[in-house]
Design a protein around this ligand. Structure first.
Ligand SMILES: [Zn+2]
Length: 135
């Protein structure tokens, strides 16, 4: 939060009016090739390591989101694909190496009950990306 000194304007009749500080507009950054974002690691299956933010770089913008419908006989399934402009291709920079992923969904985060190591204090599913929280 930024604090601004109180400023007033006095009109010809001597009436003072507060001048409002400039409005702070929070903009969501636009995805761009080469932009730094965070990828949420899945953690280990046994829970030794939890999910956490990892550095990542956008390598592709937009992707096909695939869902499936299983038929009653369980021998067929129908795949549905929808173009998602928030799906990104990322190169993820882990401390022990990097990996490339072509279809990473965006997640804006939800307040969680766990104590995640996420940068913004929100809960994100493993395998998603978000913009880094800058303090
Ligand atoms: Zn993060």
């Amino acid at each position: 939060m930024r604090l601004f000194p109180r400023r007033v304007v006095v009109d010809d009749d001597g009436v003072a009016t507060d001048v409002k500080p400039p409005e702070v507009i929070k903009k969501t950054p636009k995805p761009a090739i080469g932009r730094a974002v965070h990828y949420v690691s899945h953690g280990t299956p046994g829970g030794e390591y939890g999910k956490c933010c990892r550095a990542a770089t956008i390598t592709d913008i937009g992707g096909w989101r695939t869902t499936s419908t299983q038929q009653d006989d369980e021998t067929h399934r129908i795949l549905h694909q929808k173009w998602d402009p928030d799906m990104m291709g990322l190169v993820v920079h882990n401390p022990t190496g990097t990996f490339n992923n072509t279809t990473v969904p965006y997640d804006s985060g939800e307040p969680g009950t766990e104590d995640p190591q996420m940068c913004d204090g929100l809960e994100h599913p493993g395998g998603s990306w978000h913009y880094p929280h800058i303090r």
